[in-house]
Every structure is written in structure tokens, then in C-alpha cells.
Ligand binder design. Structure first.
Ligand code: GLU
Length: 488
């Protein structure tokens, strides 16, 4: 069956060498969306054949981050009924079997040139400004028997692909169209290294074929590798998958997005208080659009709208302000129970006891705060005064709201609230309105003085609702205690 008629099978194929960069996460997201949209399979393949750069911690972080994002793979480690696990380091026997095919067909050869010799070639090429650089194919014509005898005698070799010296290698990229590469500019690339491990190129092609990958969606930085991969597919006589190279994500001020320029990993954004949904929504829109002006979207909504031909080839800038705004939008749409949990856990960490408050109380707090929160991490501090009287008062707000006359204002507010037998937002509001009229103090002045007394902060949710929730006795007590601090 030709590739274009095959069921969709896509992969995320990270190398566990460091943190999961948001660029990598976006690649995973597009693969995941595409698989879901096409009712296909999304699998995870850990490309861990570069043993010098392998990092166990990075691997565990990778699993954690993908799970946090909710990008559950369909096969492989961590998945029930797993068909994998797809760890390339566990597939060395397969690469050995496949490389033998190329050696037997004369499409690959052993190369004994050591690093020193390669260095000399590079230097000479640089000095003579040679148009074509790279390996000089010195070992290409060694006979297989001679090479194997040298290996049997203990010499170390790599195995290289015999790249055609002329002609053009081309492929059609879904996003960029036709891409052509002159073969004479390509090196005889290494397929198996001295340590017997396959190179990325070789393992990637063998696995994409054997794992029946229909589409390869990966970052633009791999575009120069693709002609090499096509040559390998040709050498094997295999049909290549469909390629789709995703646009680069740039930092706001230009250049690559990296830790040096601020947060760049999925873990950074989690720690900053972003919802996984926000990050997915935001990253999905870096290069793709649903074709209309929707921006804040749910996961299923994006999957339903997803298609490869709406991915734009142009590099896109990472706009953190927009990400922050989007997080506020997603917090507003988030499940109240989830936010209540965030608050309870956060208050535990702040050593604020919430055990005497029931679930409904917590949910009411969530209801008041969620329109105002930009980060999950803000919520516990924003919520603290609903559970305990403030012990500190915002300095700037003190200068603005407290001073001459504040104490008598506070007292008059207490006197106005005291008689309320039904202490709810409506009666509280009426009492303030009446006091404002009778005293001649503006509503803003009254509210400013007592909001600070009750919450310790200058801003927050509507005062009437907030007072109702905190309750009459607490409100009156807190105002009275704060009065002593108002006119110092
Ligand atoms: N292991 C490569 C990476 O780290 C995968 C590139 C590809 O998708 O082919 O990104």
C-alpha cells in the first residue's frame, strides 16, 4: 500500500539529552493532534543512541512533562498493552541486521579513517577553499573481505553510506513544497559509529520504516538531514514517509528561544503557574491557525480544526505576554475543583489551615478569584485572607488608603454593617450606599479603607461578595483590629 493510503502513524522522537524545549513540545503536540484528527496512532520513540549525551534524568523529565501536558502516546513505555518499548538503544540487533543488507548490496562500506585523518582533510579543504567539503571517500573502495579481516584483527571502523556523486535528491515537503539537494554536496554519511551504535540518521530511517511511520512532522532544523534520509530509503528500496518540517520558534527579540533568554522548557512554564492547556493552546498557534480568528481553544476543539496544510512555513516569535493573557483565559474556563485543589495545596504550603472550611466555601473563593488570576501560582496568595486574617498590609495601599480620618471612616462602616441581620452582597452594598450618602464620603474612599483592613491588599474581587463570604463577624473584627494601624 502506498504511504498516502496507509493509516496515519506518527511519532515524537526526542533524544533525552536535556530539558524538553517548547519547540520539541510543539512538535509533539502537532503529531498528537494529527494522529487524533486522523484517527491514527501517536507513538513515542526515545532516540537514545548518542550514548555520550544520554541523560537518565532528562528521560524521566521527558515522561513527566509529556504526561503533564496530557500528550499520552498510544504505544510504548508507560502505556498499557504496550507494543514497544521504543528505545532505540534496545534495538541494536535490528540495526545490525539492516546494515548488513546495505553492506551486502554494496551500498555501504567500512571506513577506518580516524579522527586525526578526518581533521587533516577538513583543514586542507578549508585552506584550499574547496567547494565540496567533508569526507574524501578514502575507504570507499576497500574490499569487504579486507575490511572484515581488519575488524577481526581488532581495528575499529564506522560504516558509511555510498552517496551518489552526481544527481539530485528531492522530496515534497507538505509545508514547504519541493525541496531539492545536489548529491555532490553530500558526504558519505556515517550510519554505524565506532561504538557499534547507529547514528541518528540510520536509526531514524530504519525505525520510521519498520514502525510504519506515515508522516514525519519535525522541526525545521532537520530539513538538511532529510535528503540523506531519502538516499537511505532509496538504498533500501523503501518508500519514504511524508515529510512536514515545522517552522522555527524564535525568541521575542529574535534568535533562538533558549534558557539564556528566559523560560524555554515545559518545566519552566509549569513552575511559573501555567496550565498545561494554555501551553498546548499557545504552542499550537505558533505556526498553525484554525483558519478563523479563534485563539483561546480547548484541546478537542483544536484537534477538530487541525490540518497540516494550515501550518505556516514562516518562523514564529514566542510572545510571552500573549501566553500570560491566554493563561488567564484558560484559568477562567478551568474546572473549579481543579482550582480549589491548587488553592488548598498552596495554602498548606503556606501553613494556612483550611480544615475548618468546607468544599463549598472553597469553591465560592474560586468563583471570586478566577476572573482575576493570571497564574495558578497566584491563587493561594490571592486566597489566603479568605481563610485567615491578614497580618501584613500592603505598604503602597496603606499610604493611599489610610491616614487622617480613616479610623472614623472604618468605625462608621462597622456601625453601618453591624445591624445587618442578613449579611449578603445586596444588603452590604445598600449599607455602603446609604453611608456614602449620609457621610458625604465617596464610595471609593469607604471601600479602599476597609478592603485593605479585611484583606491586607489594595485590589481583589468585588467587595460586597468578598465580605459576604468572609462573614460579618470576621469582617467587623478585622476592621476593628486594623483601626489601630490606620492613623500612625
Ligand atoms: N531525535 C531527534 C530529535 O531529538 C528526532 C528528529 C526527528 O524527528 O527525526 O529531535
Amino acid at each position: 500500500m502506498s504511504i498516502s493510503n496507509r493509516p496515519v502513524r506518527v511519532r515524537f522522537a526526542p533524544s533525552p539529552t536535556g530539558y524538553l524545549h517548547v519547540g520539541g513540545a510543539r512538535t509533539a503536540i502537532y503529531n498528537y493532534f494529527f494522529a487524533k484528527a486522523m484517527k491514527g496512532t501517536f507513538y513515542l520513540r526515545v532516540e537514545d543512541t548518542d550514548r555520550k549525551r544520554y541523560n537518565e534524568e532528562a528521560l524521566q523529565d521527558l515522561f513527566r512533562d509529556l504526561k503533564w501536558l496530557g500528550l499520552q502516546w498510544d504505544e510504548g513505555p508507560g502505556c498499557e498493552g504496550s507494543v514497544g518499548p521504543y528505545f532505540q538503544s534496545e534495538r541494536l540487533g535490528i540495526y545490525a541486521r539492516e546494515i548488513k543488507k546495505l553492506l551486502d548490496a554494496g551500498d555501504a562500506y567500512y571506513c577506518f579513517c580516524n579522527e586525526e585523518r578526518l581533521q587533516e582533510i577538513r583543514l586542507a579543504q578549508e585552506q584550499s577553499n574547496a567547494p565540496v567539503t567533508g569526507y574524501d571517500r578514502h575507504c570507499r573502495n576497500l574490499s569487504r573481505e579486507d575490511a572484515e579481516a581488519r575488524i577481526a584483527a581488532g581495528e575499529k571502523a564506522v560504516i558509511r553510506l555510498k552517496v551518489p556523486e552526481t544527481g539530485i535528491t528531492a522530496f515534497d515537503d507538505v509545508i514547504r513544497g519541493r525541496i531539492e539537494h545536489q548529491n555532490e554536496l553530500l558526504d558519505d554519511l556515517v550510519l554505524i559509529k565506532r561504538d557499534q551504535y547507529p547514528t541518528y540518521h540510520f536509526a531514524s530511517v530504519v525505525d520510521d520504516h519498520l514502525m510504519e511511520t506515515s508522516h514525519v512532522l519535525r522541526g525545521d532544523e532537520w530539513i538538511s538531514s532529510t535528503p540523506k534520509h531519502i538516499l537511505l530509503y532509496n538504498a533500501f528500496g523503501w518508500e519514504p514517509p511524508i515529510f512536514c518540517h515545522l517552522p522555527v520558534i524564535l525568541a521575542a527579540g529574535g534568535g533562538k528561544l533558549s534558557k539564556r533568554k528566559g523560560a524555554a522548557s515545559v518545566g519552566d512554564f509549569r513552575d511559573l503557574g501555567y496550565l498545561p492547556k494554555t501551553l498546548i493552546n499557545f504552542l499550537a498557534l505558533l505556526g498553525w491557525s484554525p483558519g478563523d480568528d479563534r485563539e483561546v481553544m480547548g484541546i478537542q476543539e483544536m484537534i477538530d480544526a487541525f490540518s497540516l496544510n494550515r501550518i505556516n512555513p514562516k518562523a514564529v516569535a514566542f510572545d510571552e505576554k500573549k501566553l500570560q493573557w491566554m493563561n488567564g483565559q484558560h484559568i477562567q474556563r478551568a474546572d473549579n475543583d481543579l482550582l480549589a485543589n491548587v488553592i488548598r495545596k498552596g495554602l498548606d504550603e503556606l501553613k494556612i489551615d483550611t480544615s475548618s472550611f468546607n468544599a463549598d466555601y472553597l469553591l465560592s473563593v474560586v468563583g471570586l478569584l478566577k476572573p482575576r488570576a493570571h497564574f495558578l501560582t497566584d491563587l493561594p496568595t490571592m486566597a489566603a485572607y479568605f481563610f485567615t486574617a491578614p497580618t501584613e498590609f500592603d505598604e503602597k495601599a496603606k499610604k493611599k488608603n489610610w491616614g487622617e480620618g480613616s479610623r472614623s471612616i472604618a468605625q462608621s462602616v462597622r456601625n453601618a454593617l453591624e445591624p445587618l441581620s442578613d449579611f449578603n452582597a445586596a444588603t452590604i452594598e445598600q449599607a455602603f450606599q446609604a453611608l456614602s450618602e449620609s457621610s458625604g464620603h465617596g464610595l471609593g474612599q469607604l471601600v479602599g479603607a476597609v478592603r485593605l483592613a479585611v484583606s491586607g491588599l489594595s485590589g481583589g474581587p468585588g467587595l460586597w461578595e468578598m465580605f459576604e463570604l468572609i462573614g460579618k463577624e470576621n469582617v467587623l473584627n478585622r476592621i476593628q483590629i486594623a483601626e489601630a494601624l490606620m492613623e500612625k
